[in-house]
Structure formats: structure tokens, C-alpha cells
Design a protein around this ligand. Sequence first.
Ligand SMILES: NC(=O)c1ccc[n+]([C@@H]2O[C@H](COP(=O)([O-])OP(=O)(O)OC[C@H]3O[C@@H](n4cnc5c(N)ncnc54)[C@H](OP(=O)(O)O)[C@@H]3O)[C@@H](O)[C@H]2O)c1
Length: 357
Amino acid sequence: MEQRDLGASGLRVSAVGLGTWAHGGWAWGGAEDDESVAAIHAALDAGVTAIDTAPVYGFGRSEELLGRALRDRPGEAVVMTKAGLRWDDDRGPFFFESEDPRAGRVRVHRNARPDSLATEVDRSLARLGVERIDLLQLHWPDPSTPLAETCGALAELVRAGKVRAVGVSNFDVAMLEEARVALGDVPLASHQPRYSLLRRGIEADVLPWTWDHGVATLAYSPLEQGLLTGRVRGDRAFAAGDQRNRHAHFAAEARAAVNRGLDEVVAPIAARHGATVAQVVLAWTAAQPGVTCVLAGARRPDQARENAAAGDLALDEGELAAVNGAFAGLDLSFDRAPRAGGLRGVLRSLRARLRGR
Ligand SMILES: NC(=O)c1ccc[n+]([C@@H]2O[C@H](COP(=O)([O-])OP(=O)(O)OC[C@H]3O[C@@H](n4cnc5c(N)ncnc54)[C@H](OP(=O)(O)O)[C@@H]3O)[C@@H](O)[C@H]2O)c1
């Protein structure tokens, strides 16, 4: 699979990477440990070299499983984890409350204070079983901590040899620029934003900025949590505790609208290549200018293999344009969606946009 530069870090990552949020079980209605480890091994076998995790994914569980999976295969993956969300320290702005079978009732706070980052990194190193984290990303901005202090701490972790490269996630352009300057001689290696065929917000300014500054973009939730695989049909039910039970883009009408675009435009392209809908969607995402690595979540080995193979799927200009056009009129950019109208508002705008397609 094609390997691409992780910004100026000197590291190289596969065009399709593996996301391990679901391995933590939390927010995904549970997960099987052995299956998660098998999924990681299947991804490695298929040429994936970029694996993303975070302490908050199952409150340590995802990192521990990645550590277990890599124990026998050291050095095969660029290990990318995060810091900045604490469930065991109530300093910093409250972010969300949740329930986890392992951690119980948790209240998660954004915390990018230097001492907290240092504590988190030591714990991540232990869970992952590595001497150095390849990429440490600030998970979410913490408005209560000056970014210069956070960046100073990140740079210090690089100098201390605990971290090879640093990145950020869920940043806007102003924060990216501030971080780049504050890091001084330590390059800002990467930014991890949410980006998919249905959620194109970063194309306006964030993606051009990272492209211009040689900062890698690691696109998260490229399959819109499974919706863009064509396998979430109207009758698919999710387990209790699965976040998809409450997301507007998994409501019946949204599923139908998305599946129509997949069936009419993406599936015929997939058939021409002997590929799947998910693979065409991932290949399209990886082909977008400025996108370095597409972080596709996979719970099972078959999903990991399927997603990894998308890294070898080349779509021609006509196919890229057709996939682009399939959803051009369908604005599911929920970050910008008319929240005031709630789900009804989202669906109204969906219908209106489909009519204009
Ligand atoms: N920085 C951040 O704030 C942030 C936020 C979110 C995610 N991320 C990272 O990005 C990664 C990917 O995002 P994501 O996990 O949210 O969503 P995603 O990659 O869009 O979707 C992953 C889910 O889709 C389903 N799926 C995957 N491959 C499939 C296939 N080939 N066929 C059918 N279904 C398939 C699986 O769920 P089912 O099998 O249960 O349907 C899987 O858990 C995460 O794991 C995490 O590493 C980062």
C-alpha cells in the first residue's frame, strides 16, 4: 500500500490506517478483545502501518489491546495515540458524561495542562508497552489552558524521548497556526479532523492550511461510523450503548438518502473494480488533495482486510468526480446543520437538497 509522509516528522504512514475507538467497547455497544486484536493483526498483514488509538477509548482498554496486539510484532506500526481528555481528574472544562462497563459512570474533562499531559503519556506508554509513542495528538482543544503551555509540554515530551512526533485534533485554522508557531523547532506533524464524503467542512480552510504548511491530515470517521459502507440498511439495529442509536445521521430517512446515493452511484463503480462500496468510499477519501491517511475503524478482521485493500484501489478522474457528485447536494455536515430545527430540520434540509440533486 502507498506510504505517505507524516508531515515533517520523518515517519511514513499507509494511505489507509486503522482506527481502534470501537475496540474500547465504550460508545459502540461493547467489543470482543480477541476479535479486536485479530483485527489489528489483519490490518498489519494487509499493509496498514498507521494505527490510531486514545486513552479515552474504553478508558485504557483500546490502548491495552493495541499493546497486546503489537507485543509480538514490534515496530510494524506507527503508533498514534492522544492526550487531553481525562476521566480521572476533574480539572479543565467538563466535556461529556458517559457510562462504561469498565470505568462506570465517567465525567470527561478537557485537560491539556502540561502536568496532565506528562501523566497521560506515562500511562499510555505502559498500556501500549512501548518505550516511545510515535505520534502524540492533543485530542481536543482545552480552552482553559493556554495553547502555548500545551505546546511547550508537547515539545518537551519530544525532547525527553517519550514521543517521536506531535499532532493535534479537532482544531480550526487559528488554533493550528498558533500551535505551529508555539511548537517552535518541533514540527506540527499532523492534524486529525473529522472528514468524509458526507462531511466536507474542512475543505473550506483547514485542509488548505494543513496542505500549505506540510502538516499531515489524518481523516477520522471516513465511513461515517459505518453508514457509508452501504451495510447500514433500514433494518439494521445497534446494540444498547451504541452511540449510533442517537445520532441524527443514522435516523431512518438519513439512512435511506445515503444508501440511495451509494446504490445509484458508488455501487456500480465498486462493481467495475470488483470492490465494495466501503472500499470506493475510502479510496475517494484517500485521494482528496491534502489527505494523508484515512483512519478507518474496524472491529473485525474481515473489515480490517476490506478497508486496507482500499489503499490499493485507484479511482480515475471520472470516477472520483462521480462519487463527489453523488452526494454534492446532500449536506450532512452536522457540525453546520440547522440544530435549532433538530432532527426534523436536518431531514428537511436533506429532502430539499436531494430534490435539487
Ligand atoms: N480525533 C477524534 O476526535 C476522533 C473521533 C472519532 C474517531 N477517531 C478515530 O478515527 C477512527 C475511525 O473513526 P470511527 O471508528 O468513528 O468511524 P468509521 O471509521 O467511519 O467507521 C467505523 C465503523 O464502521 C463499521 N465498519 C468498518 N469497516 C466496515 C466495513 N468494511 N464494512 C461494514 N462496516 C464497517 C464498524 O462498525 P460496525 O461493525 O459496528 O458497524 C466500525 O467500527 C476511530 O477508530 C478513531 O481512531 C478520532
